[in-house]
Design a protein around this ligand. Structure first.
Ligand code: GRG
Length: 315
């Protein structure tokens, strides 16, 4: 699919029309990702059944599918075809879901609800939840590395993408950010440490989702630089918005408990600089992200809308 779903130039006119268009766009993309995931994730009848059930329970619990959507939108922003990047987009969702399952474990955040339902370990037990996360992470790389992952695609580009995703998800990315977050609980953290946690725990996977889509679709160096900078800004804005939602979000809409960061004395923007300055910072980051896209044409309009959605979202 090439840059067609989105009404473009009339964007300035009415904000509520924008919201409707974005809603439709996100719903349509989510459906595509969900259908593809059904192909890539083993069925309930696969062996071993308990592990497959635990994997399916979390991956089909109804997340926003933001990382795959960003990957597809980035491919289109550089003039590519989003269908061609679907396997990698789905692999990113599998990595994200593994991180949520592990993040909810008693040894980490010990959460009871996620995506509007009981957390994986509450239903399947701690051991099986750890294994479901492990399986999703490993299967994600299996899917990306499998020959047909990017049909007719360039093997060298795919290898670059797999390497970048591993780097962003691992020790020097999401896992590193989670480690510093874990160690910082109950402690006063400075803004540098908070920045490290947010950029690694959350922004790294969002940013690499964009880079992966653009690299696979043959984006040039300038396009990649713009998308990388956009990714860093929206990644940080996303986490600040998440911190704000933990303070004042609606439990029903969020599908998980609120107030958890405060209870655990977590390092967050609202705790460090206050709610209103956090809101201002998130909006500044979105404006900066939009500037990073200034050299892109209307094929990048979904990314422009997503940037706004990231700070306006309620879940
Ligand atoms: C366990 C290695 C490891 C990492 C965990 C993802 C993560 C790192 C922690 C989750 C904690 C958290 C609430 C982080 C804030 C940002 C975030 C990743 C929120 C959840 O992502 P969404 O809103 O979730 O995209 P859905 O359910 O819509 O996919």
């Amino acid at each position: 699919m090439k840059c067609a779903l989105f009404p473009s130039r009339r964007r300035k006119k009415v904000r509520s029309k924008d919201n409707d268009a974005l809603k439709k766009y996100l719903e349509a993309r989510k459906r595509i990702v969900d259908e593809a995931l059904k192909q890539y994730v083993p069925g309930d009848d696969a062996y071993p059944p308990s592990l497959c059930k635990a994997v399916r329970y979390s991956i089909f619990a109804g997340g926003k599918r933001l990382r795959p959507i960003l990957c597809m939108a980035a491919a289109e922003a550089v003039g590519g075809d989003s269908d061609a990047v679907l396997p990698v987009a789905c692999a990113l969702e599998m990595i994200h879901t593994y991180s949520l399952i592990h993040d909810d474990l008693p040894a980490m955040d010990d959460d009871e609800y996620r995506r509007g339902r009981l957390t994986n370990h509450k239903v399947f037990g701690e051991g099986m939840a750890i294994l479901a996360g492990d399986a999703l992470l490993t299967e994600a790389f299996c899917l990306m590395a499998s020959g047909g992952a990017v049909a007719g695609g360039d093997g060298k580009r795919l290898l670059t993408v797999i390497h970048e995703i591993a780097h962003s998800a691992g020790l020097f990315g999401m896992v590193g950010g989670q480690a510093v977050d874990l160690e910082s609980e109950g402690k006063e953290v400075d803004s540098e440490t908070l920045h490290y946690i947010h950029t690694h725990k959350t922004a790294a996977l969002l940013q690499v989702s964009l880079r992966a889509g653009a690299i696979l679709a043959g984006g040039g160096p300038q396009e990649l630089t713009g998308l990388t900078q956009y990714g860093a800004k929206i990644g940080l804005a996303f986490q600040i918005a998440d911190d704000i939602l933990d303070v004042e979000g609606d439990v029903e809409v969020l599908g998980k408990e609120t107030g958890c960061d405060g209870e655990r004395k977590k390092a967050t923007y609202p705790a460090l600089i206050g709610l209103e300055p956090s809101r201002t910072r998130a909006r500044e980051l979105v404006d900066e992200a939009l500037t990073d896209l200034s050299s892109f044409d209307e094929c990048a309009d979904p990314l422009r809308m997503i940037a706004r959605f990231i700070v306006d979202r309620t879940s």
